[in-house]
Design a protein around this ligand. Sequence first.
Ligand SMILES: Nc1ncnc2c1ncn2[C@@H]1O[C@H](COP(=O)(O)O)[C@@H](OP(=O)(O)O)[C@H]1O
Ligand SMILES: [Mg+2]
Ligand SMILES: [Mg+2]
Ligand SMILES: [Mg+2]
Length: 423
Amino acid sequence: MATIINCLRVVPKVTNTNTEPFVSLFSKRVSRLAIVASFSSSTMSYEKELAAANKAASLAARLCQKVQKELLQSDVQSKSDKSPVTVADYGVLESVIPTSVVMPKTNPSSIPYLKTIKSGKSSQALVSFVLENELPSESFSLVAEEDSGDLRKESGQETLQRITKLVNDTLLSDGSFSVSSLTTEDVLRAIDRGKSEGGSHGWHWVLDPIDGTKGFLRGDQYAIALALLDEGKVVLGVLACPNLPLVSISGDSQHSSHDEVGCLFFAKVGAGTYMQSLDGSSPKKVHVSTTENPEEASLFESFEAAHSLHDLSSSIAKKLGVKAPPVRIDSQAKYGALSRGDGAIYLRFPHKGYREKIWDHAAGCIVVTEAGGVVTDAAGNPLDFSQGRYLDLDTGIIVTNQKLMPSLLKAVRESLDEKNSSL
Ligand SMILES: Nc1ncnc2c1ncn2[C@@H]1O[C@H](COP(=O)(O)O)[C@@H](OP(=O)(O)O)[C@H]1O
Ligand SMILES: [Mg+2]
Ligand SMILES: [Mg+2]
Ligand SMILES: [Mg+2]
């Protein structure tokens, strides 16, 4: 018994401390390798991991909501005042942008701090800290979008202090953490935990701390997207979508009001997809649209034309017979909305040469597949998350239900052939 518990302790994948049910499976001389095999993705419950991921993503959503609110209020204020605006006027925004940037008085999407916004780093530090705190393990691995880069330079010190305060304030607001407060060094370390290269062995968390940055700046949709890979496969995913209405966003929705916003989607392999409000309502199981009729299907695509070829999706939609105009929204909120049947198709065709990152799709992919949908590349192959930080794809990503997939793939093939022959 003691031998087995010791073995379990050194096997980093095992976080379940209740060893009793497993003990009878092993003889005294069982090898460490055999134990690892016994905890493959088909037998793990990932219960604790899902709870930790939900907590981390919900707290990060709270942090991002606070920053976005300040951002939008500041924009409104700047419009009534013709004098130059500096970040000092932007309250909590000081924690996410360097004070040296002078803000023009325009829509946030056109201002120069786009490249230097630090809200993603705050969110990444928070998620990284919460996961490590909730799931102590010798082999914590995180593949995440941001790094601590310029926060380690002299010029980044003020920003780092402010990020640290923002993270600490958010942790404090939860009340369940025993740590008194994180230091700036803790924050840098938490951010840099995200440097892992991922891969096909062991466990890797995959994080996009703010997905849909452009939507975030515009006051539109964005998501905190967190997934867990086990042996290269996505085994759980969480999407926090602070601005997504709790009711359907489909064009024919009967709901007149989209006032109530803030959705948390979560999915575990083999256990379906659930949605609850970020305020903590009880979770409800969701399912993708079951429509077989493309005329009834509504189609999602990126808001940003730079992220996806709108002309190509419009050609595909026409061939398929989709009638409604495309619904353009930012971030993996598209996957969330699709998982509850708001739309039936999501098309993403980046411009030539763009390489998709795993954190832009891992959580969204399991949220849709566990809700009964299908996610493939343009050739119909499943997405492969085991190859490191990037996805190796055949031109684009397509998402729909099982019934529409064959005709969608055909329309995609025909449209791509036409596009290629016209070049
Ligand atoms: N040229 C490009 N083509 C396709 N995707 C791009 C892109 N430039 C950035 N992206 C990715 O598109 C994501 C947003 O997706 P969407 O268009 O669905 O809102 C961005 O995530 P971040 O906002 O996390 O950087 C970014 O990773
Ligand atoms: Mg992203
Ligand atoms: Mg991002
Ligand atoms: Mg980015």
